[in-house]
Design a protein around this ligand. Structure first.
Ligand SMILES: Nc1ncnc2c1ncn2[C@@H]1O[C@H](COP(=O)(O)OP(=O)(O)OP(=O)(O)O)[C@@H](O)[C@H]1O
Ligand SMILES: Cc1cn([C@H]2C[C@H](O)[C@@H](COP(=O)(O)O)O2)c(=O)[nH]c1=O
Length: 210
């Protein structure tokens, strides 16, 4: 089972992934958590370059660096973990490229992004994706006081385009992308995620409740 968490910066997806990992582990599942970009030595180095506010990157360079980090993460960690029967939880994945480099920057057409993903990862897609949807204002409020990485310094309109693209992905792929109202309390958001997961994976809810 491969589950990803998506949303604009500050939406609360990392918080939700942490809580879901704990819940699954309490139910006896072998869980591996990771983040994209990152999760391997090489991909963490690429992440540092990508998110450094002083990095001046051409849009195409940025796209290829995200794709390179993901290729490494898939080869080194995600595929081996899935093959070993573990549950993989990943903070962001390919949908982030569609939303940020596609919707946000309009770097290259969507079909081109798909074929880059096919070539670099074999087209691996999550079983289920939780899109934590919050308005841009709310996400900015939640991020206040935290260090701003390069993408977070983008203009308001950029983040609006990213959010719009995410929401359209949820409409286009309702069997994979589950859009959750992220303005609710963390407990309520987690409840919605667990309810959805139990519906698509009934045996997971049968474990000892926390
Ligand atoms: N449902 C919520 N309501 C209010 N605050 C929240 C909620 N979920 C998370 N937060 C707070 O918002 C901030 C951002 O949360 P988190 O780090 O989980 O978001 P994120 O989407 O992973 O952010 P980023 O993409 O910037 O890493 C944290 O201070 C967190 O405690
Ligand atoms: C995978 C991926 C990520 N991004 C952006 C989205 C965020 O601004 C950062 C990652 O930071 P986070 O704290 O881990 O959320 O990178 C992107 O633009 N394209 C991608 O493919």
């Amino acid at each position: 089972m491969f589950i990803t968490f998506e949303g604009i910066d500050g939406s609360g997806k990392s918080t939700q992934m942490r809580h879901l990992a704990t819940w699954l582990q309490e139910r006896g599942q072998a869980v591996e958590t990771m983040r994209d970009p990152g999760g391997t030595q090489v991909a963490e180095q690429v992440r540092t370059l990508l998110l450094d506010p002083t990095s001046s990157l051409d849009n195409r360079t940025e796209l290829f660096l995200f794709a390179a980090a993901r290729a490494q993460l898939v080869a080194e960690r995600i595929r081996p973990a899935l093959q070993a029967g573990r549950v993989v939880l990943c903070d962001r994945f390919y949908d982030s490229t569609t939303a940020y480099q596609g919707g946000g920057r309009n770097t290259v057409p969507r079909a081109w992004l798909h074929s880059l993903h096919e070539q670099t990862t074999g087209g691996l897609m999550p079983t289920r994706t939780y899109l934590i949807d919050v308005p841009v204002e709310e996400a900015a409020r939640r991020r206040r006081g935290e260090s701003d990485d390069r993408m977070e310094q983008e203009a308001w309109a950029f983040h609006e385009r990213v959010r719009t693209t995410y929401r359209s992905l949820a409409e286009e792929e309702p069997t994979r992308v589950c859009c959750i109202d992220g303005t609710q309390s963390p407990v309520q958001v987690q409840g919605a995620i667990r309810a959805d997961l139990k519906a698509i994976w009934p045996s997971v809810g049968a474990g000892t409740p926390s």
